[in-house]
Write a protein that binds this ligand. Sequence first.
Ligand code: FAD
Length: 421
Amino acid sequence: MQNPLMDTWTEPARDVPVAGRPDVVVVGAGCAGIAAALASARRGADTWLVERSGIAGGLATVGLINLLLTLDDGDGSQVVAGICQEFVDRLDARGQAHYPPRSEWASEEPEVVDRWRRWGLVWGAPESVRYSVAYDPEAFVDAAYEALSDAGVKLRLHTHCARAVTAEGRIDAVLLESKRGREAVVPHIVVDTTGDGDVMASAGADFELVPIPPHLWFRAGGVDVQEAEAGRSWFVTTGKGRVLVPWGPAAERVDPCDPDDMTRAELACRAGARAAFESLRGDVPGFADAWLDDYARMLGITESRRLVGDYVLRKEDADLRFPDAVARTGHWTRRQVVFDIPYRCLTTAVADNLLVAGRCISTTRYVHQATKEIPAAMATGEAAGAAAARAASAGVAARGLDVSALRRDLAAAGAIVGGPA
Ligand SMILES: Cc1cc2nc3c(=O)[nH]c(=O)nc-3n(C[C@H](O)[C@H](O)[C@H](O)COP(=O)(O)OP(=O)(O)OC[C@H]3O[C@@H](n4cnc5c(N)ncnc54)[C@H](O)[C@@H]3O)c2cc1C
């Protein structure tokens, strides 16, 4: 019998059923996790994709961050392709992607810049047109389910990864929690694409975490977009008369891994976003008959736990060509800056069968501004998924992988990996 007045409670030990022994388990079905699972399954690995919510996409869909910024270097050359480009094509095929043609990339022509600024695709100074894409978030979800199903990924929604169980420098199992109860999954390789780095943190990896002010984007319908002047406070988006409002940041900073902070922020951001909508409706021409369509179902958390992995990518690394680069990205507010992302930004000494991808990879806060963006997150996800499948098939640890062969494999599949020419 435990003393109910103690500050801690000893959870009784119990046996949990093993739900599966896949080659690869990807935890977190945001844009990075989707890309990781696709890259893994397409290479023949038995792949699970586990997601705590009832829908895939994370910030890129339920977070309403439906702008891919950016797939180019600001100078007219594409630097992210692979699965991210495939998604642009899939969205395009559904008539749900809006982006400048190649002939307009890097243009500073005021009329062209104005046209794409209205879509939220022009940032930084001097202003220029980038290869960035506005899209419909529901179409992104549909495209993801279609691709995941075709690739044979086992998608498990409504399932939270509670923790990783480690021994002797590797993850032996991940423990899942759902309405069905607790289950173990025993994979060869784990990919952490939770955005918050839940798996790597519970495996004991070093990370950085700073309090940040959250956002809450929302969409409004019934707007006369011809009369209203799009700018920085709202953008035209998919759907006639619908606009995207990038509300935030909130005044108060939160710890994104603290549920009490996050609960307070949910309520405060919702009130702030509602007030912003009311003032648009009251003050801005074209909004008089508007209604609030939907708030993002996921708070806009720009950064959470960041891995301190085998290499931490820094500002000084801009334009360095790493021999073990597995992805490349531009910077959405800066032109002619390109970061190669070394494989070592995805790995950690704490568990040699763990790869980290998406917004929680190992970078400084400065570089995170570039690597957190959806195209870059999909590129690191794709690299991690390909690496995981190769490691599983060779029966080796992710850290021991032949990165040159991985780079060739990714490039052959259409990814831009960076590195020496
Ligand atoms: C306000 C704001 C504006 C932004 N603007 C842009 C922009 O204009 N263009 C752009 O390209 N990028 C932008 N970004 C960045 C971009 O949206 C994100 O960094 C990117 O979408 C992150 O993708 P991800 O897959 O790494 O993580 P996430 O999207 O966070 O996905 C993580 C997934 O893991 C799930 N998950 C978390 N924990 C667990 C767990 N323990 N078990 C199971 N599942 C779990 C989550 O539910 C989620 O689905 C912006 C971000 C913010 C916040």
